[in-house]
Write a protein that binds this ligand. Structure first.
Ligand code: 6PG
Length: 249
């Protein structure tokens, strides 16, 4: 099955955040109309933070918060109050500012000193919430992702073990350059989503973006290339700086 890919080139980072916020609103209202709920996985990073801040400031009244269910596509191996925590970032920039019921927020229990156990616990949370049977994967309405300058996404870093995972939903992934574990959704979860949206801003991402969208390098070197939701939509929100090494539109 071919993947529906849309590259949305915006001019400034602000344009990118506005376009992505509109997509979140659209996806939420479609999902609630069709299924009575909206499931979204958030990402860490500075680009998503600006999106969350914008949604909290402008769209708080237009979203069906009681029908929205929040998860995280990846987490750093730190407690929820740590400055590095992706949960803390989303909590501070968005979730604490809107009327979302606390029971709709499912964070990674990354305070567990055993990263593999934290990943396993989060996998069970997903299995239960989505009622997935063995061999199946949850189908998120929307997964938001950032991309690092090395082409990583979620915590799927180049040439790391998690890239090979075919059956687990969430794994701990050792990242040698940080000498730390991260907890991350696996590719089968990303690729089962109804929609995956990448937010990519800044010149430091230009080379990786070119490699991912147009280059010939092996995908293990640029893991974002492996995100191919086979029965979903893939949208790249990119600003002019990030798109500066892409061929002309
Ligand atoms: C994280 C992320 C990671 C991030 C990218 C892009 O926890 O760090 O989920 O995948 O999205 O590194 O980050 P920026 O938007 O800050 O460049």
């Amino acid at each position: 099955m071919s993947v529906l890919v849309e590259v949305r080139r915006l001019t400034t980072p602000q344009d990118l955040f506005h376009a992505a916020a509109e997509e979140v609103l659209r996806a939420a209202s479609n999902a609630v109309e069709q299924n009575g709920r909206f499931t979204i996985a958030l990402s860490g990073g500075s680009t998503p933070r600006s999106l969350y801040t914008l949604i909290a400031a402008n769209a708080s009244a237009s979203l069906p918060w009681d029908k929205m269910f929040f998860f995280w596509g990846d987490e750093r191996h730190v407690p929820p109050d740590d400055p590095e925590s992706n949960y803390r970032m989303a909590q501070e920039s968005l979730l604490s500012k809107v009327p979302v019921p606390p029971a709709n927020v499912f964070r990674v229990p990354a305070e567990n000193p055993d990263a593999a156990a934290a990943a396993e616990a989060y996998e069970q949370t997903l299995r239960k919430f989505f009622a997935v049977k063995p061999g199946e994967f949850p189908r998120f309405d929307l997964i938001l992702l950032g991309m690092g300058p090395d082409g990583h996404t979620a915590s799927l870093f180049p040439e790391t073990a998690a890239l090979q995972e075919k059956s687990r939903l969430v794994v701990a992934n050792w990242v040698e350059k940080f000498k730390a574990s991260r907890i991350t959704f696996t590719l089968p979860v990303l690729n089962s989503a109804r929609c995956v949206a990448f937010l990519v801003s800044g010149t430091d991402k230009a080379t990786a973006l070119h490699e991912v969208l147009e280059g010939k390098a092996p995908p293990e070197k640029y893991p974002s290339k492996l995100v191919q939701p086979s029965e979903g939509k893939l949208i790249w929100f990119v600003d002019r700086a990030a798109a500066s090494e892409l061929s002309a539109a």
